[in-house]
Ligand binder design. Structure first.
Ligand SMILES: [Zn+2]
Length: 509
């Protein structure tokens, strides 16, 4: 157990992050202030994001989303509630998603919308276009965790389906519960509604979607969500939209000044070197369709960083580490070749390397297992224990503001590595540096210098790099704790037994 005095010290140093959290979308509790009390909101891999064409990568392995038991019996009752931030409909856990890396069980669905006059309130946007509203159907990894509370702070904990909503034709499926919203006008009010076929709330096409690694879009913003946002929007009528935008309050019934519930969406977040996989090829999405290296090649790159010949990497293979350096804006041939590589990888046990040479394939094809052998704890990322560890490191400095930056620097390399191996991120310089710190040799220093130089040259030649690509001279936590980030990552799991917030944390998506 954590010593009681230490617990008290942490609660004194970070009192508001333990109070269950007052947050909203405007004023002193608005989204710019979230990181003060919820440090992950200022951290890595946040949601929502803008689906810009240049971020999209077509992935031929993304198949139609498979739903199980979405057709609920009308004999069953669902709880419709006003949680002060949105309208939420509870869902039974036997509703499931399959065909994903884990089995996911449904927990609830809820909405984000604009205002009465401005019908723009979706969280994700498509090339800058904001839709009128967005529905999130939240699922947790029930193959691995017993309930959503245990899953919410794990890096593989949640899967959310996002649905864009436009104002247009009346939608009878949404009316099945919209007609009860007058019964939940005020915060914490609840009504029971007969269940129905939840599939009818989704677009007809479940095979076209955007997929990326992201976060809850509300505090505490844990980066624990596998996002699937459908390409095709659904419609609701103007009257149905206004039922959301005018009938609800985020304040309690007894409060003197009622606060209308509107504009409850978070703005798009930084990409942090992530890319967005898409399951469709037609239309403008093709322009950004370029896959740089297969998952197998990516595993080899990481293994080479950890155990291989670094001089070789510094001399010839820099482009493998920072794919952006050699990337052309449009290279269909290269993309096709990479697809052929991925397909041939299933048939043969060797993968053509970038120079036409056959590279040896790791015997273990599960990246999480091979990484575990290398000492990287991929699946056990627990954000609450990590937050407590960082709090502890910063405690004596009363460094609340440093908390956000330190957490980002501790969490980012591991998330970037996971996502890179699944082709959902480019490899970040900060991550490479973390890996190289396990190898304090002259070759490692030389490679790091080459990378910094290559990144600078690339930056001069092309557009400005995202913030996460800027050279990192060691994280705040590293400086404070005198340990490498990788050690800090490992210690974050080992230093304290898991302990949970004293008051349950609200989370919506
Ligand atoms: Zn949401």
């Amino acid at each position: 157990m954590m010593p009681f005095t230490l617990l008290i010290m942490i609660l004194i140093a970070f009192p508001v992050s333990s109070n269950g959290g007052k947050w909203g979308y405007n004023g002193p509790n608005g989204e710019h202030h979230w990181p003060k009390h919820f440090p992950y909101c200022g951290g890595a891999f946040q949601s929502p994001v803008n689906f810009q064409p240049e971020l999209l990568r077509y992935d031929p392995n993304l198949f139609a989303i498979q739903l199980q038991n979405y057709n609920l019996s009308s004999r069953e009752q669902l709880t419709l509630s006003n949680n002060g931030h949105s309208v939420q409909l509870s869902l039974p856990s036997y509703m499931q998603l399959t065909g994903l890396p884990h089995r996911y069980s449904a927990a609830q669905l809820h909405f984000h919308w604009g205002t009465q006059n401005v019908q723009a309130g979706s969280e994700h946007t498509v090339n800058g276009k904001q839709f009128a509203a967005e529905m999130h159907v939240v699922h947790f990894n029930s193959g691995k965790y017993p309930n959503i509370s245990m899953a919410v702070d794990k890096s593989d904990g949640l899967a959310v389906l996002g649905v864009f909503i436009e104002v247009g034709e009346f939608n009878p499926a949404f009316e099945k519960f919209f007609k009860y919203v007058n019964g939940i006008k005020y915060r914490d009010q609840k009504v029971q509604v007969p269940a129905f076929n939840i599939r009818e709330l989704l677009p007809s096409r479940l095979d076209e979607y955007y997929r990326y690694d992201g976060s809850l879009t509300t505090p505490p913003c844990f980066p624990s969500v596998l996002w699937t946002v459908f390409r095709q929007p659904v419609t609701i009528s103007l009257r149905q939209y206004l039922a959301l935008a005018t009938a609800l309050y985020s304040s309690h019934a007894q409060e003197v000044a009622p606060m209308p519930m509107l504009g409850n969406y978070r703005k798009p977040q930084l990409m942090d070197n992530r890319v967005v996989l898409v399951s469709f090829q037609d239309g403008w999405a093709l322009r950004g369709t370029l896959s740089v290296a297969s998952p197998t090649q990516r595993r080899q790159v990481i293994q080479q960083l950890l155990q291989g010949d670094l001089a070789d990497l510094a001399d010839e293979k820099l482009h493998q580490l920072l794919p952006k350096i050699k990337r052309k804006p449009w290279a269909p041939k290269e993309w096709k070749n990479d697809l052929i590589h991925q397909q041939s990888q299933k048939q043969r046990n060797k993968v053509p390397g970038p120079n036409g040479k056959n590279l040896p394939v790791l015997k273990n094809t599960d990246p999480s297992l091979s990484l575990a052998k290398l000492g990287i704890n991929e699946d056990a990322l627990c954000f609450i224990s990590m937050e407590k560890n960082v709090s502890f490191q910063l405690l004596r400095r009363h460094a609340n503001e440093e908390m956000v930056h330190a957490l980002k620097r501790v969490v980012f390399p591991e998330l970037n590595l996971r996502s890179y191996l699944k082709c959902k991120s480019d490899l970040d310089l900060q991550t490479i540096r973390c890996l190289l710190r396990t190898r304090p040799t002259d070759e490692a220093a030389e490679l790091e210098q080459s990378l910094t130089k290559a990144t600078r040259t690339d930056r001069q030649q092309t557009m400005p790099l995202p913030r996460s690509m800027t050279p990192n001279r060691g994280s705040a936590l590293t400086k404070l704790a005198g340990q490498t980030p990788i050690t800090a990552l490992k210690n974050a799991h080992n230093m304290f037994p898991p302990f949970y917030r004293q008051i349950p944390v609200e989370y919506e998506d």
